[in-house]
Design a protein. Structure first.
Length: 208
């Protein structure tokens, strides 16, 4: 998948995204926001914020920034911020590549990627950037579906891999490979959504 195919996929999804992926993915979003425990005044970055479904879940006073590569997804997010009257807490909604962010180092207390790592062209670059913009000693939270260890389900997911470009994510994505390749250490892994088919990873950002 390259950035143009990601943009094309989410241009198609934007109008129906909330109906298709709103309620199904919401337990994971709620869990992350609760687990973050962000305090008023702290700065949280959501990479791949999409249509901003998670933004109203944060406690008031937490300073939120959302970025996404898809203009159409962000248009929906901006309308939500206005409609829900949370503009005071949302510092910025910006069109930006999460693999090459223009934020300075250590800009955020916590950095979150919900249902994003298997959609980006290069998750190594994504994680490197998430670490860079997160303060040392801060927290990274990642929610994603990883390929099942069940041979039958995992086999089906592997067979679906060729359609990744069209649907906008990789169904054959393994958690152990992801952690080893990025060097992330998960302090906690929780199962969420539909029978625990998705995982929430809490990865503290090591202090320098
Ligand atoms: C499955 S959606 C998740 C949206 C949202 N986080 C949620 O909870 O529903 C994945 C999002 O990641 C975005 N994305 C993919 N690659 C990206 C990149 N390199 N930089 C920024 N956003 C990206 C897509 O445009 C899409 O909006």
């Amino acid at each position: 998948m390259n950035i143009e195919s990601v943009k094309a996929a989410y241009r198609r999804w934007a109008r129906i995204y909330d109906v298709v992926f709103g309620p199904i993915f919401h337990p994971g979003r709620r869990h992350v926001v609760e687990a973050l425990g962000a305090q008023p005044g702290e700065r949280v970055l959501e990479v791949g914020v999409g249509t901003g479904l998670s933004l109203p879940l944060y406690p008031r006073g937490v300073k939120l920034t959302g970025i996404d590569i898809s203009r159409e997804m962000l248009d929906v997010a901006e309308r939500r911020v206005e409609r829900d009257g949370i503009g005071e807490d949302v510092e910025a909604i910006r069109e930006m590549d999460a693999e090459a962010m223009d934020f300075p180092d250590d800009a955020f207390d916590r950095v979150v990627a919900m249902y994003v790592v298997s959609t980006v062209p290069d998750y190594h670059r994504l994680v490197r950037e998430m670490r860079r913009v997160c303060k040392p000693g801060g927290d990274l939270y990642i929610v994603n579906h990883f390929q099942s260890e069940n041979p039958v389900i995992g086999g089906i997911e592997g067979a679906l891999a060729p359609i990744a470009k069209f649907v906008g994510f990789h169904p054959d994505f393994r958690m152990d490979h992801f952690l080893t390749e990025t060097g992330l250490e998960a302090a906690e892994v929780r199962s969420v959504n539909l029978g625990g088919y998705w995982k929430v990873l809490h990865c503290p950002n090591p202090a320098d």
